[in-house]
Ligand binder design. Structure first.
Ligand SMILES: [Zn+2]
Length: 325
């Protein structure tokens, strides 16, 4: 009867269970972790609130004997729906606290519990066609539908630099403003969240009212992580990372190359959307264009803050060009 779940649980390290949770996204799965610690089980990341994802966690609970009293906490790496979406369900299932870094908690409640952020002006100013911007509005409804926040008690804030059981709490910026990575120094293991992934490059996006220089924050984070002894990276998407150090070098090189391409492409003034069109050649959905646009903006702002690019702000558009020097 549980055949459909036969691939759901693996144990890449003794006492660390990796859970493949299906998500209705091109990435297909988010990987949660169930970690045996002296206090009991700690769960890291969950998935979106869909019937398929609930069924996987129910199977995992039966198989590993997870129940109230045996799971002492759920830690969520960051506010994105594919990580936090199931937190209401899981809190009720195991009757335990849900934890994130303190400032990331604020973001969760702003995004999923507050009034919608007015993003239309931001998108149109940066050149996104009005039809695409409208589709994005509809996507909001989907996102809201797969996120159920905890009902019996709010998500609790963690302090960076402290510990959860044997794990050190690292705050690593760039993918979101306050992503939590868990590092187990005795075993040299890093739970990388979305910060380091094995094949794709994590999205680094510029948004209004967020980190003004997310690419610099991300490169700083890679530099920090490079200094840790790590024998394996356990990411929230895609396969395990055998050589984290090499992957970090590749990610840093990718962004350097991308920044060069962006600068190169500014032979004339362009909106961020026009820059993105020149960089991303595949057919993208409106939501993927949004990420392409905000990632191009992250690069443009990185270059602008270093004096290599200038921008002019007219009533309608923000135009970027190479700085005269
Ligand atoms: Zn994410």
């Amino acid at each position: 009867m549980d055949d459909k779940f036969s691939q759901a649980i693996t144990e890449p390290h003794e006492g660390i269970f990796r859970i493949a949770v299906p998500v209705p996204l091109p990435l297909k799965y988010v990987y949660g972790y169930v970690i045996e610690t002296p206090q009991g089980y700690l769960v890291v990341d969950l998935g979106m609130d869909t019937p398929e994802a609930r069924a996987v966690w129910e199977h995992v609970s039966r198989t590993l004997g997870l129940r109230p009293g045996r799971v002492w906490a759920i830690a969520i790496t960051h506010f994105h729906p594919d990580h936090v979406g199931l937190s209401g369900f899981a809190q009720a299932l195991w009757d335990c606290p849900v934890l994130m870094l303190e400032e990331e908690v604020q973001t969760v409640y702003q995004i999923f519990d507050g009034p919608p952020l007015p993003m239309g002006e931001f998108f149109s100013r940066n050149g996104l066609p009005p039809a695409d911007a409208e589709l994005l509005e509809r996507e909001r409804a989907f996102t809201q539908a797969v996120v159920r926040l905890p009902q019996s008690g709010p998500i609790q804030g963690l302090q960076k630099g402290t510990r959860l059981g044997p794990l050190e709490l690292l705050e690593q910026k760039g993918h979101t403003d306050h992503q939590l990575l868990l590092y187990w120094p005795e075993r040299k293991l890093l739970f990388t969240g979305d910060q380091v992934l094995n094949r794709i490059t994590p999205n680094i996006s510029f948004w209004p009212d967020s980190d003004p220089d997310p690419l610099a924050s991300y490169l700083d984070s890679l530099h920090t992580l490079q200094s840790l002894p790590i024998t394996m990276g356990l990411p929230a998407h895609e396969s395990l990372i055998a050589n984290v150090s090499r992957r970090i070098d590749e990610l840093a090189a990718h962004h350097q190359e991308r920044a060069d391409q962006v600068l190169e492409s500014l032979s004339e003034p362009k909106t961020a959307y026009e820059v993105a069109r020149g960089l991303f050649h595949r057919t993208l959905t409106p939501s993927q264009w949004r990420f392409a646009l905000s990632e191009s903006l992250a690069h443009l702002e990185y270059l602008r803050l270093r004096g290599l690019v200038a921008h002019t702000v007219s009533e309608q558009f923000t135009l970027y060009q190479r700085a005269d020097r």
